[in-house]
Design a protein around this ligand. Structure first.
Ligand code: ADP
Ligand code: MG
Length: 762
């Protein structure tokens, strides 16, 4: 068996779906024609006048029109791929195209209709039928189902749907999804159940199923392991992995005017798809040594399928109607490029991570254990028999038993033992010569023995059941999966396959002939006259000219497309730059510099996950990172002996309380208020105030002067607003002795006017 094979190209097929009701109702023009014989798709662009004369022609490995049946696709295109997976190759089937063009229809199809079942269910049938027909081979089939949405991987078969999985890489087996669940399946029904569970989970997570499915990539993975006795007398295991990928819709997300969250999501979807495009370009280009697999989860996960160890079929789905023509052309160009990817598939023989090997080893171990048990029993039995010498049976019998008899024999043995114990028990009961105590003791002993016997028996049965369960997972041809399919059906399949092969060869030949025709035509031709030569050459010139025009138009188209794409990318870039600027602005203005620096110092880029992460906060003293704690004292700052730990808890003294021995009072909060301080007052004012605050009794006013000059109006005291120093009229509180007052107190004993205050006569 040759382990390696020379490189082979990615196979690209195109499928055009029929017009749907809406399109027919709106009377859209059909712009796509399909030449199944030649493997060509011909597209007229209704927006370009010249295109009716020079339609765009794309050639593929095979093409399928709106009348194509699911089974046609399967027999011609997918069956050979699945066959090679059964043989130990890796295989991948991609469905690519705009939303609503039939990706899911091609991959899954209509579940309950055998006619319209897609590749995935058809491959189930294929795989298990193949196994049932195999001979001298052991198979193990398991399935996983995952989804990539916004660059996050979700396991569609796990119970916890909120969990996101990570990609990991191992040098020997490559990239894999960590903790992805996979289920061993024994029949078509079981694997269908796995798919249904996954599909349910897929729609549960989505608010709008249609939208969600058009924005996420779904990957169904079937791993087939096959063990077979090689020519060297050793068991060899071959492992084939089949990836069935329903990609997100390829339409431009930016065109739909997405903004905010939606835009972010769009850029992420575009990330995976455009990364896929970039990978394809880089692979086809041949000049670039770096293939940007690491740019997205999808390309990383399917790295092997693109330019690596796998056989790959890409199905490009297109719609026929005129309003989709741009997308259709984009899809066709995209897949046209993918044709040139070279893969290097090889049979995966005896890989380290084969589950089948583990199963086989486990079964062997359990069987050995079982053998040992029954061996022990047999020996015991023989010993007993020999000792008792009851029947004088042949001692050899135990050794000559074979496996089939073993079970039966074991049953006999158990029964025999039980009966014997029972007999002995009875004998003890009936034996009157024994003392009651002795009797009870013996009885107890016997009962215990019986119990032991029972337990041992159960353990043995459990072990046997376990072996059986494990063995049932390993599938062997000829029984237990599909009813023995009759020879006729098999012949039919073979014939169908032959026809498909024939068709393929025919198509290839036709393609070759066409291209050779043009080359050889001119070599063969001889011209009878000059005029004829001119005619023929003119005709040829015209033909070539048309071709030239077509190529030129194509170049222009591609350029335009590039420009569009670039504009879109620029637009996305602008959006992102704006976003970045805003974030910078916030950081600059609202986050203290030292905090920022701290965060910057803690941040690091995790190469494995391709994500920025934060180091845990550690106390950094003198630039030394804090040492990790010695393990001898988890939770303590220093190593502690068990004795010390006990002493801390039990003894009141301080001997072992090295930790947290210092009790500190709580810090009081700093004061934010001040003591009251009197305002500083100018001496003059102070004097005036003091004067004003004097007791009323001390004030003496001479009223006699008033009496004579002002009549009955009693004059207010000069120092009126005594108790109101803040009255704003401190001047009124002048000392009565000041010369400014004409009514200076002079004569003691004069009558007082104690009442009115606050008014100063003018
Ligand atoms: P996608 O997964 O690409 O978004 P779907 O597979 O959901 O598209 O197809 C959209 C609709 O078109 C579905 O209703 C499907 O049944 C129908 N359809 C797609 N391809 C075909 C086909 N070849 N024949 C008949 N119906 C089809
Ligand atoms: Mg879909």
């Amino acid at each position: 068996m040759s382990k390696s094979k020379s490189s082979e190209s990615v196979k690209v097929v195109v499928r055009c779906r029929p017009m749907n009701e809406k399109e027919r109702a709106a009377k859209f023009e059909r712009v796509v024609s399909v030449d199944v014989k030649l493997g060509q798709i011909i597209v007229r662009n209704p927006r370009e006048a010249s295109s009716s004369e020079h339609p765009k022609v794309f050639t593929f490995d095979s093409v399928y029109d709106w009348n194509s049946k699911q089974i046609d696709l399967y027999d011609e295109t997918f069956r050979p791929l699945v066959d090679s997976v059964l043989f130990g190759f890796n295989g991948t089937i991609f469905a690519y195209g705009q939303t609503g063009t039939g990706k899911t229809y091609t991959m899954e199809g209509v579940r309950n209709d055998p006619e319209r079942r897609g590749v995935i269910p058809n491959s189930f049938e294929h795989i298990f039928t193949h196994i049932s027909r195999s001979q001298n081979q052991q198979y193990l089939v398991r399935a996983s189902y995952l989804e990539i949405y916004q660059e996050e991987i979700r396991d569609l078969l796990s119970k916890d749907q909120s969990r996101r999985l990570e990609l990991r890489e191992r040098p020997d087996t490559g990239v894999y999804v960590k903790d992805l669940s996979s289920f061993v399946t024994k029949s078509v029904r079981e694997i269908e159940h796995v798919m249904n569970v996954g599909n349910q989970n897929r729609s549960v997570g989505a608010t709008n199923m249609n939208e969600h499915s058009s924005r996420s990539h779904a990957i169904f993975v079937i791993t087939v392991e096959c063990s077979e006795l090689g020519v060297d007398g050793e068991n060899h295991i071959r492992v084939g992995k089949l990836n069935l990928v329903d990609l997100a819709g390829s339409e431009r997300q930016t065109k739909t005017g997405a903004q905010g969250e939606r835009l972010k999501e769009a850029t992420k979807i575009n990330l995976s798809l455009s990364a896929l495009g970039n990978v394809i370009s880089a692979l086809v280009d041949g000049r670039s040594s770096h293939i940007p697999y690491r740019d997205s989860k999808l390309t990383r996960l399917l790295q092997d399928s693109l330019g690596g160890n796998a056989r790959t079929v890409m199905v490009a789905n297109i719609g026929p109607a005129s309003y989709n023509v741009e997308e259709t052309l984009t899809t066709l160009r995209y897949s046209n490029r993918a044709k040139n990817i070279k893969n290097k598939p090889r049979i995966n023989e005896d890989p380290k991570d084969a589950l089948l090997r583990e199963f086989q080893e486990e079964i062997a171990r359990l069987k050995a254990q079982l053998q040992k048990r029954s061996g022990k029993k047999k020996r015991r039995r023989q010993r007993r028999r020999a000792g008792e010498g009851s029947d004088g049976e042949d001692l050899e019998e135990g050794e000559t038993e074979d496996d089939d008899e073993d079970g039966e024999d074991r049953g006999d043995y158990w029964r025999e033992q039980q009966e014997k114990l029972e007999r002995e028990r009875k004998a003890i009961m009936e034996d009157h010569s024994l003392v009651a105590e002795e009797k009870a003791r013996l009885l107890k002993e016997k009962e215990k023995k019986m119990e032991d016997l029972k337990r041992e028996r159960e353990a043995g049965e459990m072990l046997a059941a376990k072996v059986k369960a494990m063995e049932s997972k390993l599938l062997v041809g000829g029984k237990n999966i599909v009813d023995h399919t009759n020879e006729q059906q098999r012949m039919l399949e073979l014939k169908r396959q032959e026809i498909a092969e024939q068709k393929r060869r025919e198509r290839e030949m036709q393609q070759q002939m066409d291209s050779r025709d043009e080359e050889t035509l001119e070599l063969k031709e001889t011209y009878s006259s000059l005029q004829q030569e001119v005619d023929i050459k003119t005709k040829k010139l015209k033909k070539l000219f048309a071709k030239l025009q077509a190529v030129k138009a194509e170049i222009q188209d591609i350029q335009e497309e590039h420009i569009n794409e670039r504009q879109e990318l620029e637009q996305t870039q602008n959006e992102l730059t704006r976003d970045l600027k805003l974030k910078h602005l916030i950081i600059e203005n609202f986050i203290p510099l030292e905090e920022k620096n701290k965060i910057v110092n803690r941040a690091y880029f995790d190469e494995e996950d391709e994500y920025w992460k934060m180091k845990p906060i550690t106390r950094i003293e003198d630039d030394h990172q804090m040492m990790t704690r010695p393990l001898s004292a988890v939770g303590y700052r220093r190593p502690l002996s068990q004795h010390a730990r006990m002493a801390i808890m039990m003894k009141p003294d301080m001997r072992y309380k090295a930790e947290n021995i210092l009790m500190l009072d709580m810090d009081l909060p700093a004061r934010t208020t001040k003591e009251y301080q009197e305002p500083v007052i100018a001496p003059k004012v102070a004097a005036a105030l003091e004067d004003a605050l004097r007791d009323e009794d001390e004030i003496q006013v001479d009223a006699s002067v008033f009496h004579s000059s002002l009549g009955p109006t009693p004059p207010a005291s000069a120092s009126s607003s005594l108790k109101k120093p803040k009255s704003g009229r401190p001047k009124t509180g002048k000392k009565s002795s000041t010369p400014t007052s004409p009514f200076s107190p002079s004569s003691p004993g004069s009558p007082l006017y104690p009442q009115s205050r606050g008014l100063v006569p003018k």
